[in-house]
Ligand binder design. Structure first.
Ligand code: C2E
Ligand code: MG
Ligand code: MG
Length: 566
């Protein structure tokens, strides 16, 4: 080979190797350009490389074939080589020449070999890096994973632009229903298209990764917030090629606007912010999109504090039973009471609204319910022993107890240990929405009834009440929630009043004892009276009272003046 070509070859080969080993910015176009120039210099007409992950992939023809240079004149193979990597991958290369050209000299063949080996070793390393990327930063369905997100947060932090971004965690709403309706395979298509719509809305700076199931976490420029939230709130998504089959998809989302100077250390620092907001959004009490704010972080700290101190609170006897009287409105007699829990901690009283929902996240609540029942039984026993006239006391039992197959035995053990007549105890359970709970509820209510213990449906009407619930489960008492009770300013013939009337009459007709909760005004009391609901519980008579105050009222009557019914 003459000197000039020799020198040119070395220049190009060096450039090729430099380009292939450039660490931070590999440029495929540049790489291919050098290959083409080298092919021309060596009189090669066509170069082909093949990559197979394994021998079986090769047999199936499932690989990646590259041909970046082909003049169309190559008619015989002048060079071929095959390598297999340690992982079993196979990389092969072929070089074609034209029979119209003189064959390659030994020196030229050596140079072709050098170039092809450089290319093959580059492919092998590049594929390895791609495999690592695939396994480490994507999930099995091909969505980027949380590590991917962390890497992109790191990158933006490194560039000092993190505060231009918002982080978001979202959950697709009712996705299991969509899967059931159209099948899992098409459900996957819907999910993919929905995420693509979000990506489009978020523009180039958006990163969306799957946190598992139908949960996703995203990072995108704050300026795209409106566009992204529009998709989050719901869009029609096509799932066929013709664009005819569509389904509405929306999500609930927690959003964190990353502030200036935000100290980012790991995935946790951002997840800690978006998760509580996302959980609130998922509950959907106020909105399906919730922005993380100071107040929420304080609430979260409070929840964590409750979780920390609660386990010791029972031992420290920090819980007290308060009794709220149930009154027969025909004569003002106290006919029963509901036991309600109060927590005295650090000199303050914590109301159940604050800690019951936190405790209901696990079965801790059950310990509290048994503790309350035990306290109530002790009080009743003492009243009997002191010669007072005892009344039936109802105790709230969380639905979490339903998974306990021995629940009935546990309840009985406590009542019997305190030697309390079964008929003086009523167990309040709330409505349920799932089939499994429904079966458990039936089992528990039936069991308790055979033991002569009363059961009641608490808060009837507040959730998704089902009439099946009262038809199929042998309750003794229906506690109508105060949401069925019209306010004083509501019309007497309004929907609420009408529903109240019919719920009471249905309950009485099927032989249930009926009580209305949350009675606050004389006008409401009148409504009870008109509709024949004779038992009332509410602030109109008394708030939940400490033990001593309640005891003082036992055996007494409330003054009641109702207009006589005509
Ligand atoms: P609940 O079982 O429906 O209890 C009635 C709630 O309504 C009580 O709130 C009571 O103070 C309140 N209330 C009564 N009359 C009126 C009224 O006229 N107006 C208004 N606005 N409210 C009234 P409390 O004591 O804060 O308890 C809240 C909930 O916490 C209870 O609702 C119950 O679900 C739960 N809870 C309380 N103690 C226990 C317990 O020991 N175990 C379990 N599992 N849950 C409990
Ligand atoms: Mg209750
Ligand atoms: Mg209630």
């Amino acid at each position: 080979m003459e000197r000039e070509r020799e020198q040119k070859f070395h220049e190009l080969f060096e450039a090729l190797v430099e380009c292939a080993t450039r660490f931070e910015s590999y440029n495929r176009d540049e790489f291919v350009r050098y290959i083409i120039l080298l092919c021309k210099l060596l009189r090669v007409e066509k170069g082909v490389t093949e990559f197979y992950r394994s021998e079986s992939h090769r047999k199936r023809g499932d690989g990646i074939i590259n041909c970046d240079y082909d003049t169309g004149r190559g008619d015989y193979i002048a060079y071929e080589r095959e390598f297999s990597t340690k992982t079993g991958a196979i990389i092969s290369a072929e070089v074609y020449m034209s029979s119209e050209e003189p064959p390659l000299s030994t020196d030229e063949l050596h140079k072709v070999d050098l170039v092809m080996r450089a290319i093959i070793s580059f492919i092998a390393r590049n594929r390895m890096a791609m495999t690592i990327e695939q396994v480490g930063f994507y999930d099995e369905a091909g969505y980027p994973n949380l590590r991917y997100l962390v890497r992109s947060v790191d990158q933006h932090d490194f560039n000092g632009e993190l505060s231009d971004y918002a982080a978001m965690h979202f959950n697709l709403r009712h996705f299991s229903v969509i899967n059931q309706d159209i099948g899992r395979a098409l459900g996957d298509v819907v999910m993919r298209n929905y995420i693509n719509a979000l990506k489009e809305a978020a523009g180039e700076g958006g990163t969306f990764c799957r946190a598992g199931g139908d949960n996703f976490t995203a990072l995108f420029p704050k300026e795209k917030m409106d566009a992204v939230l529009k998709v989050i709130r719901g869009i029609p998504v096509c799932y066929d090629t013709k664009g005819e089959k569509r389904v509405n998809v929306s999500a609930s989302a927690g959003v964190f606007m990353i502030p200036d100077g935000f100290e980012w250390s790991n995935a946790g620092s951002i997840m800690d912010k978006v998760m509580p907001a996302s959980m609130l959004a998922r509950r959907g009490d106020t909105s399906t999109v919730v922005f993380c704010n100071e107040e929420m972080m304080k609430a979260r700290d409070r929840i964590m504090q409750i979780q920390r101190v609660f386990p010791h609170a029972i031992e420290a006897e920090e819980f007290r039973v308060f009794y709220q009287p149930k009154v027969d409105i025909r004569d003002g007699r106290i006919v029963g009471a509901e036991a309600l829990c109060r927590w005295f901690h650090d000199g303050k009283m914590v109301s159940p609204g604050e800690f019951i929902p936190v405790r209901e996240q696990n079965t801790d609540i059950c310990r509290l319910d048994f503790y309350m029942l035990d306290m109530v039984c002790r009080d009743i026993r003492r009243w009997i022993d002191e010669g007072r006239e005892p009344v039936r006391i109802s105790v709230n039992f969380s639905r979490k107890n339903l998974v306990d197959l021995d629940l009935q035995e546990h309840i009985l053990e406590i009542i019997d240990r305190n030697n309390v007549p079964h008929g003086l105890i009523e167990i309040e359970l709330t409505e349920t929405t799932t089939d499994v709970e429904f079966r458990d509820l039936t089992r528990v209510a039936t069991g308790l009834r055979t033991e002569g213990i009363y059961t009641s449906v608490d808060d009837f009407g507040m959730g998704y009440s089902s009439l099946n619930l009262i038809r199929e489960i042998p309750w003794d008492v229906l506690k109508i929630d105060r949401c069925f009770l019209p306010d004083d300013c509501d019309s007497e013939n309004g929907v609420t009043a009408l529903m109240y009337k019919h719920v009471v009459s249905m309950a009485l007709d099927i032989g249930l004892e009926c009580i209305t909760e949350g009675v606050e005004t004389a006008k409401q009391l009148e409504l009870l009276s008109v509709n024949n609901c004779h038992i009332a519980q509410g602030f109109f008579f008394d708030r939940p009272l400490p033990l001593a105050e309640f005891e003082a009222k036992l055996g007494q009557r409330y003054e009641i003046s109702l207009p006589s019914k005509s």
